[in-house]
Design a protein around this ligand. Sequence first.
Ligand code: SF4
Length: 458
Amino acid sequence: MVKGTDTKRILLAYLPFCTPASPPYSVTYLYSFLKANCDAQVRVLDLNLEFHKLKFPEYLEYYQDMTKWDDYDKKTTEYKELTKKTYSESNKKVVEGGKPELFEELLGMILDRKPDIVAFSIVYSSQAFYAYALLKELKSRGVKTVVGGPAVNEKLTKLASASLKNEIELLSYVTGKEAEHDRLKFDFPIDFTQHDLKGYFTPHPVIPIKTSTTCPYKGCAFCSHYGRMPYFEYHIETIKKNVMMSGQKHFFIIDDGMPPTRLLKIAEALAPLGVRWTCQLRPTKELDPALMKKLRESGLAMVLWGVESGSDRVLKMMNKGTNVKDIEKVLSASHAAGIKNITFIMFGFPTETREEAAETIEFLKKNSANIDLVSSSVFGLQKGTAIYNKPDQYGIIHITETQRTVLEPSISYEVEAGMTQKQADTFRDGHKKTLEKINRYPKTMNFFREHMLCSIDG
Ligand code: SF4
């Protein structure tokens, strides 16, 4: 514990815009880490939630009361349209040099807390606009600012007093002393008490938890989530303590994946606690009926599966480490165990032909009895991925970067074979009805997957 910083007031802020469905993990983790390792006065402020509470009170009331959900799909389509318009108009104002909607109100919430340092955790690029406007304002008022997180870009870095890579750098910045690694506490509980857990847009609080630092697989060619972070598993006892300490019943394990043996250990730890939980997994053959049954018995209610494609050639190109036959078996075992299955599907992976995309549609139809919700997307090229680093191996012949005011440059590309991005988009749109027919839950629950978790019985 670094002492002597108790007079410093640190505010960890989470920004608009993203879905206000659960308290943010990133700032809560940083809060807990700082509390365990120094005596500064640390506070957390979820400005994303505050924005949505002020702007959409009617929807807050609606989403907190499941008895009103007879028209869920209609209401959520309406909410989606409304938020899309609000976010885009607000972002446009920032791009044009103005201030986003409710700026004074949110700025006031920051200033009321009289912080010496305001740290912004930027998890999604959609948060960059609000960050940009607030950083400019706080700089002009002489308040120290820090940015960090996976969606921080060069423009935000230039505006902030410091851009930090991780919690250890943040601790050094706050205390003004180089952190001594071997004296740091990492086995601390994640403390959600700073949040108004009942204030989120869900009928029950849904608590995000992490059981490891990053993806254990790190293989998918289109993905850059894991960055350079080493895979490290948190102690099972600490995870269990976190769940118990929160006093809640619904949990979203937000890890990018978990090896099956580890999954079993987590299930064994959660089983006696009577909680309902969800997680994201790659459908590999180790997830057999016996394991799925044990997972269900521990409270695993739904899984978000990285299925991606119904074509073995495309899965191989993606280096997904799965195949269609095993995926079918896993979905079937999961369904038979009573777990709800959400399948992530990606159209337009470079070299994917129309025929191969049609194979994916056939795959979904064939396995529809074991699928509860389809979540489809169209491939987008991102920096830091295997495809971006070796485009010629994936039939990409030309990459163009277009500069933007707040965000990183947008990336477009041309392909040598298979569908273009636009063709993939058109393909997906053309099969929208077929995809929707497969869903057993409202398609708009893709927007609020926490709602699906809350509405699963038993
Ligand atoms: S897509 Fe998921 S499983 Fe694949 S590398 Fe990325 S995080 Fe890991």
